[in-house]
Each structure stands twice: as C-alpha cells, then as structure tokens.
Design a binder for this molecule. Structure first.
Ligand SMILES: Cc1ncc(COP(=O)(O)O)c(C=O)c1O
Length: 462
C-alpha cells in the first residue's frame, strides 16, 4: 500500500474526527461568513506526486479553496432556489460516503430497498397515488429529463414507434406545450433528440405565469388528434405561479397528451394547509419532478422522479447485461439500474431517508410554512421600502422585485449585495423588467435574517 494511504488507514478515526471538527467549525461559523464571494480561484498548483496525506489535504483545502466558498448552506443565501442540509440529512450524507453503496442492483445489499422505502415516503408526502413509481436522480433537470424520456416513449407507443429501439428520428416532431417552463425542459428536449424547438409556448393568463387553460385547449385542438406532451408548471421560478393541474388533466378526456408536472420545489406547498390546493390534480400527472436539494434540505445532489408508466420507463432505461442479472418481471422490484440515466451512483436516498425519519412530515411542514411566512414578510417589507417595487404578489416562497428607476441598477444591486456579505439574491428578468429574486427554502432562515436582508436593501436603495 502507498505509504500515505497506509498512514491514513492507521489513523482513520483521528482523521475523521479532524474532518468532523472542521465541518462543525464551518457550520457554526455560517452566520459570520460572507454569504457569497467573488474572489475567484487561488493560484493553480500542479498535480501532487507523492501526495500530502488526508490531514495535509484538509489543511490545503482550508487554506486555498475554502475562503472562496459561499455560505450557501446558510440562512441568507436566497439565490436560485437553494436548500441547506438539515442535521440529520448531513449525517445521512456522511454515512452515504462511508458506506459507499452502489444501489443500482439488489443482489448484494438491501440499499436499493432503502431507496424504495424513501421513494414511498416521498410519494406519501406529496400525496401521489400508489401507481406512481419513482427513483432518485441528481436534480430536477434529470428528473424532468427522465419524465420527458418516458413521455417520448409514450408518444411512440401512440404512433406505433418504439423510440427506445428505433430512435427519436423515427418518431418525427413531437409538440411539447407549456406556458412558463423552466430552462431545464429545453435542455432535456435537446438531450432527448426532440430538440429545443419542439417547445411551443402557450399563453399564460393575463399578468401571470400560469398557463391559460383555454389557450392550451386551442393549442391541443390545433394538433388534430396528434399525441403531444404538456409540461405543467407547479411553481415557476420567478413568481411561483401554478398551472391549474386539474383543468389541464381534464383536457385529457378530449385530447391525447402526456402530462408531465415540474413541481421541483412547488410540490412542497402541499405541506402548507393554506397552499396545498395549488397542487390539486398532481396525482393525475403521468410524470412528476420534485427536487430534494431544494426544499427538503438534503445536501446536493438529490431529486426524485415519479411516473405511472414504469413499463415505458424500463424500456427507455433498461441496461441489460449478463453480469448484471436478469431484468425480472416485477416492475415494483426492478433493479434501479434500469430506471434512470445513471448506472452506478451513490445511495442518494440515504440523506433523504435520514431527514424524513428524523423530522417526519411535521418537521418538514414547519420548514415549509416558516419559509413561506418569511417570504411574505420580506415581500411586505420590500413593498414598503422606498426605491423598490414588487413585480408580483408573493405567492409562496419567492419575492420578485425591482429597484425603481433605471433597470441597469439591478446588476449593480446584485453585486453590492454580494459585496455586503450579508445576503445573496439572484437577478432575473420578469415581464421584460430586470429584477431580483429572493427565494426562501433553507431550514435555518428566521425573521432576524429577513430583517438583516431588509437593512441591506434599505442601505442600498436607489
Ligand atoms: C421549476 C424548476 N425546475 C427545474 C429546476 C432545475 O433544478 P436542478 O438545478 O436541481 O436540476 C429548477 C431549479 O431551480 C426549478 O426551479
């Protein structure tokens, strides 16, 4: 064994203690750390030849790289839609690395069964019917990709083409209808060979991002009975608007389409009694995307995909080889290798299992309700601040607003907020207006954090 490896093996418990102590220092210092940084990378260093051992690597990381890392696990990182990591999920994540399971096949371990149990818990959390089978993927982009891959196979079934065998070219153009899809849908269509231009934008309701069901019906009608894919949005990224899922699902009585719902973070609205109705009809979807590194607050990377057509899913993702064993007939117990793009992967379910076991539905509902209330509070405070204007009502957990005056101020404001070290918000454009978004999905955020953000905005007001 290489000398450094041998040394590290001999002092493994001590090394892990040092890493643990380091992580604890980082986490307890989150509040004092600049929330975001633009320091850039350290000077490059060549590939080590003999290596410096794990303790040396920890020291080098802390010296060279850590100072430039954002406090994205902390309470005032409100950019994109970013969750933190609950204590239990972090513990689960550490054990994921320690156990180093590859859950794709079940012949040697019950790890895939832990994933199945976690998916079943999530299905229950999101009120999906038993027919929805699911698996873990790395994020909502891969969840959308997987759902749309199954949708593509379904369109093939309707047209008498086995896309998984014959390829997307044999299928021809597929209309994909949506009002305000997340950018990852275009990326997924590109990867699926359907092409970004397959996406046909349907008008939203006036002043909204939610699809106008009447316009959607017109678009479906114009297809003359051709099967299509509808991507419904349950939580748009700018204003967290929700399509009327029931009204969309009802259109399937008259038009043939696959209903994919991107509920990347919006699905968590089900945990708030005042907002659960926004997801009415979710169970009727053919495929559903939910991100977990957002509002479940598990470490990156983690998401789940659900579909009621696992038979088609297995057709798309089957990875048969003698050394992997037979596919089997029981779709509920099919090896995970046959369900998603990846073959080998980490046991992503374990951190999610830990946090669900530790805090349950109630604990996670409290996080969601608190984040919604905090977004509402920031919305009220911003609306009352001179120099700012809300661009949309705060429907759930995102505040979308703009500085009054010149729109160019938005970029400067984002930089000035980063500079302050107090918070991180990301820029966007909504309704043609450059804007800022503050997205609340971290389990640590409190009212005091909102007040700190308000103070910064007040100080930087145009
Ligand atoms: C609605 C929606 N869909 C998809 C995604 C893509 O998620 P990920 O970056 O985890 O792939 C996001 C990310 O913000 C999102 O908000």
């Amino acid at each position: 064994m290489h000398a450094r490896l041998g040394d590290d093996l001999a002092r493994l418990p001590g090394l892990l203690d040092e890493a643990r102590a380091h992580a604890v220092r980082l986490l307890t210092g989150l509040d004092d750390r600049p929330v975001a940084l633009t320091t850039g990378p350290p000077a490059p260093e060549p590939l080590p030849v003999t290596g410096i051992g794990a303790a040396g690597a920890l020291e080098a990381f802390a010296r060279r790289w850590e100072p430039g890392f954002a406090a994205s696990a902390g309470p005032r990182y409100l950019g994109f839609v970013t969750g933190g990591a609950t204590p239990a999920s972090l513990a689960g994540d550490w054990l994921t690395g320690a156990l180093d399971q590859n859950p794709t096949s079940g012949i040697d371990s019950s790890a895939p069964d832990l994933e199945r149990e976690t998916v079943a818990w999530l299905r229950e959390l999101f009120g999906l019917p038993r027919e929805h089978a699911g698996a873990f993927v790395s994020g909502a982009t891969m969840s959308n990709f997987t759902g749309l891959a199954v949708a593509r196979e379904w369109v093939g079934e309707r047209r008498g083409v086995r896309v998984s065998e014959q390829g997307a070219a044999a299928l021809g153009p597929v209309p994909v209808l949506s009002a305000s899809p997340h950018s990852s849908v275009g990326k997924a269509l590109s990867m699926l060979g359907l092409g970004r231009s397959a996406l046909r934008r349907v008008d939203a309701l006036p002043g909204r991002e939610a699809v106008d069901p009447a316009r959607l019906e017109e678009a479906l009608e114009s297809l003359g009975g051709e099967p299509a894919i509808v991507v419904a949005n349950a939580g748009t990224v700018n204003t967290v608007d929700f399509d009327d899922l029931r009204a969309i699902a009802a259109l399937r009585e008259r038009y043939p389409f696959w209903l994919h719902v991107d509920a990347a973070f919006g699905a968590f609205a089900l945990l708030s009694p005042d907002h659960a109705h926004l997801l009415d009809g979710l169970g009727e979807a053919d495929s559903v995307c939910v991100d977990l590194h957002k509002w479940l607050n598990v470490p990156y990377d983690s998401a789940v995909q659900f579909t009621r057509r696992r038979d088609l899913q297995v057709r798309v993702f089957a990875n048969s080889a003698a050394y992997l064993g037979p596919l089997g007939d029981d779709l509920d117990r099919v090896d995970l290798v046959h369900l998603t793009p990846e073959n080998s992967r980490r046991l992503r379910a374990l951190p999610a299992w830990f946090t669900l076991a530790a805090y349950g539905r109630e604990g996670h509902a409290e996080i969601v309700r608190r984040d919604i209330a905090l977004a509402g509070l920031l919305g009220e405070r911003v609306a009352a601040l001179p120099g700012y204007r809300l661009l949309a009502p705060v429907r759930l957990n995102v505040v979308c607003f703009t500085p009054e005056g010149s729109p160019e101020r938005t970029g400067e404001l984002v930089s000035a907020i980063i500079e302050s070290g107090e918070a991180f918000l990301t820029p966007t454009v909504y309704g043609g207006v450059p804007a800022l978004r503050a997205a609340f999905s971290n389990w640590r955020t409190t009212e005091a954090d909102v007040e700190r953000v308000v103070k910064v905005l007040e100080r930087l007001a145009p």
